[in-house]
Design a protein around this ligand. Structure first.
Ligand SMILES: *Cc1c(COP(=O)(O)O)cnc(C)c1O
Length: 436
């Protein structure tokens, strides 16, 4: 890894590609020309709409993706929490999650840049699936790197990617999970940059990825802002979204960042505990914003789960999509400056949120999104019944709350069944029906 490369053109924080102390381009020299080329293309096509790029992107997101997604008043949640609760329904986007906003944006950008080939990494398979779908839609060859362990435990997603015409390359190194898959994708990109675009799956990685991915996802908050004004007559008091890498989070928050009266709550996976086991190199959580420390991961300075020696520890969450030891640099900055409130919800409270939304509203949320719903219960639920113990900050949520439902939970049913059998969850149905 080489030094950070600085530019002095304008950005939010004075230097391009940084957010306060976070962000930058901590990458091998070989990748710098690719990042420069991508930054130029991002500025021309995304920021300046050259050749009508953004018009085509919006049209495809409407016709292929199903945008705009609804903002729905949740009647029974509103009753339970004694305030107005609105849900942004990204679970209704094509593919069942917000990930397509970014995947389609980047694959289309690669086309405009004259690239001939798409590569991406995936952990649980959600980003790989969205990328493969976007590549099929736009007729681009696509290769997905995935750790061997993940390939073996995510067979349906591997098959989905292959159905969409993508080649899935298992990565045998190390623990065979996301970290190794990212390294392998970087290696591929470094040797094939002229004809290849690397679709990063969240607001992470070196500049310009965190900004570009945020801008593709910002449609979530842009729509929400218009919709809540139409439907409730004003801006919300608070907006709640789960955070893994933070792309649904930044996508939902971005339009509201200048509105100081709107509180922004980023809910991370508290896993089974917030303590790091230094000796084992394990964090039984993915609570990067709440408990992490500054360091460099995947090309950017950001908050990380790391041991005292700076080695990255393995993270955990019941939800595969939140299970990441880093987080986007812009979110790190917004937490550091106090604009975004970080919170954690443990596995059990998330499972409770999963069942509660299904039961009360007839919407089965992704386990990732269930963390945002678990937070709602903890912050505003009936006293004495709260999952996860504490009940802080009730007043912070206010009377009008928007929760982003980043995805749907059909993909999580097997996990939820296993996890629910061993726990006593208030909102879950009886699973004994299987024992007869
Ligand atoms: C991948 C995923 C997430 C986490 O990714 P972010 O970049 O933090 O948004 C959240 N929700 C769903 C449904 C996902 O698939």
């Amino acid at each position: 890894m080489s030094m950070e490369h600085e530019h002095d053109d304008e950005s939010e924080s004075g230097r391009a590609g940084t957010f306060g102390d976070y962000g930058g381009q901590y990458v091998p020299e070989a990748l710098m020309p690719a990042l420069q080329e991508l930054e130029d293309a991002y500025e021309r096509y995304v920021l300046e709409n050259e050749d009508g790029f953004m018009d085509e992107f919006r049209e495809r997101m409407r016709d292929f993706g199903g945008r705009p997604t609804p903002l729905q008043r949740a009647d029974r949640l509103s009753e339970r929490y004694d305030r107005e609760i609105y849900l942004k329904r990204e679970d209704l986007l094509h593919g069942g999650a917000h990930k397509l906003n970014n995947a389609l944006g980047q694959v289309l950008l690669a086309k405009y840049m004259g690239k001939e080939r798409i590569i991406a990494e995936t952990g649980a398979g959600q980003h790989g699936t969205a990328t493969a779908m976007a590549a099929a839609h736009l007729d681009m060859p696509c290769e997905i790197y995935m750790g061997r362990t993940d390939v073996n435990r995510q067979r349906p997603n591997v098959y989905r990617m292959r159905m969409n015409g993508a080649d899935v390359n298992p990565v045998e190194a190390g623990s065979g999970t996301l970290k190794e898959a990212i390294n392998e994708t970087m290696r591929d990109w470094a040797t094939t940059v002229e004809r290849t675009h690397y679709v990063i799956g969240s607001v992470v990685g070196p500049h310009p990825f965190p900004k570009m991915v945020r801008d593709f996802q910002a449609v979530i908050g842009d729509e929400t802002r218009t919709q809540i004004r139409e439907q409730a007559g004003r801006l919300p008091d608070s907006v709640v979204a789960c955070a893994g890498g933070g792309s649904n989070t930044m996508g939902t928050f971005h339009a509201f960042v200048p509105d100081d009266e709107v509180a922004l709550h980023a809910v991370e996976a508290g896993g089974s505990s917030l303590e790091i086991d230094e000796d084992a190199g394990l964090a039984p959580n993915s609570a990067t914003l709440s408990t992490g420390t500054d360091g460099v991961l995947h090309g950017a300075m950001t908050k990380l789960l790391q041991g005292t020696d700076g080695q990255i520890v393995e993270s955990h969450s019941v939800s595969a999509g939140l299970d990441y030891a880093g987080v986007g640099p812009e979110l790190s900055h917004l937490v550091e400056t106090g604009r975004v409130v970080p919170a954690t919800v443990d596995d059990e409270a998330a499972l409770d949120g999963f069942h509660r939304l299904s039961r009360l509203e007839g919407i089965i949320p992704a386990l990732e999104s269930s963390h945002a719903l678990g937070y709602l219960e903890r912050a505003a639920g009936p006293a004495g019944e709260t999952a996860g113990g504490q009940r802080p900050r009730d007043e912070d949520l206010g009377d009008l709350v928007v929760v982003n439902v980043s995805g749907r939970g059909d993909k999580d049913l097997e996990t939820v069944l296993e996890e629910t059998e061993t726990r006593d969850l208030e909102a879950a149905p009886d699973v004994e029906v299987f024992d007869g």
